[in-house]
Design a binder for this molecule. Structure first.
Ligand code: PLP
Length: 397
């Protein structure tokens, strides 16, 4: 008889043959802008740890203290016996940071999107989604029976067209959910959330933003995209995010009304059936909020580095696409060129990832740079010098 799991090897080998397999690089020690990766010291430009908070002294110290006081695990899911006083404290602090009535933590950001979206909508509802939304949103959408319509990336004319189409339906939809990334992770552009909120409010839609890459980056002191556009949680009903990016820890969260939070923790299976965040993570995340509130220099430095780097590469003639944030694509065209550029940069001591088809269209392959507040001017100059010379060698410039 044929072995029922033969496909595991066949499909993996197929990925390897097509160079579509992930080659995991191993970091020695902490994740820092200058790290030892696969035994070689490199400048890391592909980390979500935008502010370097994962190695901040304060976060490390409270984490160790929390382990001494609470142990290493929460011991249960939130609703059974996994809610400790620090989980409640974190949610209070986060709500105040986000200027929201209430906040709620989840195991991960992925589990917010995959757990909450299917509870918000179902049969006779419709989801309107940006074509470049994150995979966790796509999976959340797939778990619903709601109809779904995709609009062209950040294109308000196309969103208007979609809205006009769906409002013609008879009988009308029960609920309409408009969902978008806040900062798009491949292009680094910012959702036109003010326009989306306005268009949405005209049709009574629920507005949901995934601000994974906007938190700690956009808005006053890194409060995120809702703050950036001076919107509130009557206009943006669900502000979702993760501590796994600029906050330097791990864990998903939502902010909005008390009603939203009560609904979510009673309905989402990714809270009801998945364990609470460990106390060390919870306390270091509280410390991350402290740092953001008391040390505005981190966010400022991130933006200074971002503008400094962007100006140089744009002056050199690189195509940075739609980037408006510390996510900076360098678009080079064919996939093979992006792969070659990334591998030559790595040899030269710079760690970036190539983003190629099918993640982006065939002619828009790129390397993606994620700027970091902890990089020095010298390090950035080193990157731009090498980027220039290797790109000339590869006839990208
Ligand atoms: C990283 C990311 C997530 C997932 O967050 P995790 O907490 O790492 O699971 C969700 N949405 C977007 C846009 C992201 O970039």
């Amino acid at each position: 008889m044929k072995n029922p799991v033969d496909f595991l090897k066949i499909e993996y080998d197929d990925l390897v043959e097509k160079s579509l397999d992930w080659k995991m690089k191993q970091i020695e020690g902490a994740s820092r802008p200058l790290s030892i990766v696969n035994g070689k010291e490199v400048i890391v430009l592909c980390s979500n740890n935008y502010l370097g908070l994962s190695t901040h002294q304060k976060l490390k110290k409270v984490s160790i203290n929390a382990i001494k006081k609470y142990g290493v695990g929460a011991g249960a899911v939130r609703v059974i016996s996994g809610t400790m006083d620090i989980h409640v404290e974190l949610e209070k602090r986060l709500a105040s940071f986000k200027k929201a009535e209430a906040s709620l933590t989840f195991p991960t950001g992925f589990s917010v999107n995959s757990g909450l979206i299917p509870q918000l909508v179902g049969e006779n509802d419709v989801i309107i989604s940006d074509e470049l939304n994150h995979g966790s949103i796509i999976d959340g959408v797939r778990l619903t029976k709601a109809d779904r319509v995709v609009y062209k990336h950040n294109n308000m004319e196309d969103l208007t067209r979609v809205i006009n189409e769906i409002t013609k339906r008879s009988p009308p939809y029960r609920r309409i959910l408009i969902i978008t990334d806040g900062v798009f992770s491949m292009d680094g552009d910012i959702a036109k959330l003010d326009n989306i909120a306005k268009l949405g409010s005209e049709i009574g839609a629920i507005i949901y933003v995934d601000d994974a890459h906007g938190e700690g980056v956009l808005g006053e002191g890194g409060r995120g995209i809702v703050n950036h556009f001076h919107l509130n949680h009557n206009e943006i009903h669900i502000e979702m995010g993760t501590f796994s990016k600029a906050f330097g820890t791990v864990g998903g969260h939502i902010s909005g009304s008390k009603n939203l939070v009560n609904f979510a923790w009673n309905k989402c299976r990714t809270i009801l059936l998945s364990s609470a965040l460990p106390p060390s993570v919870v306390s270091s995340t509280i410390a991350a909020i402290d740092v953001l509130e008391k040390e505005p220099s981190h966010v400022k430095k991130l933006w200074n580095n971002t503008s400094y780097f962007k100006k140089i590469v744009r002056d050199l003639g690189f195509d940075t696409g739609l980037s408006e944030t510390p996510i900076i694509p360098i678009i080079v065209g064919e996939s093979s060129k992006a792969q070659l550029l990334a591998s030559k940069l790595y040899d030269a001591g710079i760690f970036v990832v190539p983003i190629v088809f099918p993640m982006v269209s065939r002619d828009k392959a790129r390397i993606r740079i994620q700027m970091n507040s902890k990089l020095t001017k010298e390090q950035i100059n080193n990157v731009t010098t090498k980027l220039e010379s290797i790109s000339k060698e590869l006839k990208i410039l």
